[in-house]
Design a binder for this molecule. Structure first.
Ligand SMILES: NC(=O)c1ccc[n+]([C@@H]2O[C@H](COP(=O)([O-])OP(=O)(O)OC[C@H]3O[C@@H](n4cnc5c(N)ncnc54)[C@H](O)[C@@H]3O)[C@@H](O)[C@H]2O)c1
Length: 359
């Protein structure tokens, strides 16, 4: 977690072992008729996010997905369908089901194609929330490939200088394996922060920094109301023109094209809350140069970056993925922190559905 003020306060935290919450989520989903194989995928991805400190996109959200299933927003069991396919590409229909399952399949397909043809790209339509985008490129990195996953979302970001939200938080995630060093994992919303960070700040009762959100008139706000309803918006990464906001805005549109327009699933402004259209890519490093040489150079690059002297009073230089891998090392031992209320809600959900309690 990059922002300390967004940590669950120690006195409010209930620590749960990763394996326990993973099994609990699997059981909850299966109780709602999600096939075992799909439940396993969703539970694995949400646990991965929580372990890596991405609490905004982790196990704490399980009841939202359960609710969407119970309300019939998701079609369960879902039927994934390949709509069109070539050696290196595929268009996958998520079947209006769990976005995690389709994005996972999309990356699996990308990897299979990359293994045979050097590169694989898959676009997903008719999909829902995929959670932490960074999970999927890590699947490719584990296979000595470069991985990328991006997804669009319902509007929350204003275009630079705009007065209405037109783009989602449209994240970009990219991973590359290293040798002795940990993989490079860049996983970032193209808004200044992910929407979930604002929701988390609200839940923790702390104000957000200036620049994350603005009113329709463009005035910065530090306590955005729950309902957006066109009254407030997130800012593109960089926020202002001087700060490079035009580049965050442009990246968000690029994501929208690859995810929404290419798949036909819809661009951000056409999506409902909770919808995600996704694009995944895998590239086989061995088609370019021996993997060991690539990894050795990755190590050298990461070490060079880490060895950069820090500015006076500054924090040590990191590379993307460092905060998440550091958190995972701690949470593997200590468990995953839940706010007490959130923990009790999951417990109550499990009791209501009559499933075995693991947490
Ligand atoms: N499914 C969706 O609709 C959706 C939408 C938006 C975001 N998300 C997810 O939300 C999560 C959080 O996104 P975010 O933009 O708030 O992330 P963030 O700002 O916490 O981190 C962004 C990236 O910066 C890196 N980083 C952090 N501190 C660093 C430092 N000092 N030096 C170098 N690199 C550093 C991190 O490793 C990460 O790769 C992501 O997992 C993203 O995929 C999902």
């Amino acid at each position: 977690m990059a922002f300390d003020f967004l940590q669950v306060p120690e006195q409010e935290a209930v620590w749960v072992a990763a394996e326990a919450i993973r099994r609990q989520m699997e059981a909850l989903l299966q109780a709602l008729a999600v096939p075992a194989e799909h439940a396993q995928i969703v539970a694995e991805i949400l646990t991965f996010a929580s372990l890596h400190g991405v609490d905004t996109h982790g196990a704490g959200n399980i009841l939202n997905y359960c609710g969407a299933i119970e309300q019939g927003i998701y079609t369960i069991p879902q039927r994934l369908e390949i709509v069109s396919e070539s050696e290196t590409t595929a268009l996958l229909d998520c079947g209006n089901g769990l976005g995690f399952v389709a994005a996972h399949r999309a990356m699996q397909l990308s990897i299979e194609k990359a293994r045979t043809y050097g590169v694989g790209m898959v676009s997903v339509r008719n999909g829902h929330h995929i959670g932490m985008a960074g999970f999927y490129p890590m699947m490719a990195a584990a296979q000595d490939m470069l991985g990328m996953a991006i997804t669009n979302a319902a509007p929350s970001m204003r275009p630079l200088h705009g007065t209405l939200p037109r783009l989602g938080t449209n994240p970009i995630a990219f991973a590359a394996p290293a040798g002795q060093e940990r993989p490079f994992l860049l996983d970032m919303a193209t808004t200044t922060v992910a929407n979930g960070k604002i929701a988390l700040a609200r839940r923790l009762g702390v104000p957000i920094p200036t620049g994350w959100a603005v009113t329709a008139a463009g005035e910065p706000i530090t306590e955005p109301p729950v309902y957006r309803a066109g009254e407030w918006m997130q800012t593109p990464l960089g926020n202002t023109h001087e700060g490079g906001g035009h580049k965050g805005y442009g990246l968000a549109v690029m994501v929208d094209i690859l995810c929404g327009v290419l798949s036909g699933g819809g661009f951000s402004a056409q999506l409902q809350s909770g919808e995600n259209m996704t694009w995944t890519m895998a590239v086989d490093i061995a088609r370019f140069r021996p993997v060991e040489e690539f990894k050795a150079m990755m190590d050298e690059m990461i070490r060079t970056l880490h060895a950069t002297p820090t500015a006076p009073g500054g924090e040590r230089v990191l590379v993307a993925g460092d905060p998440e891998f550091d958190t995972a090392a701690i949470r593997q031992e200590r468990g995953i922190p839940f706010q007490r209320g959130q923990y009790e809600a999951i417990l109550a959900g499990a009791q209501r559905l009559g499933v075995e309690i693991f947490i």
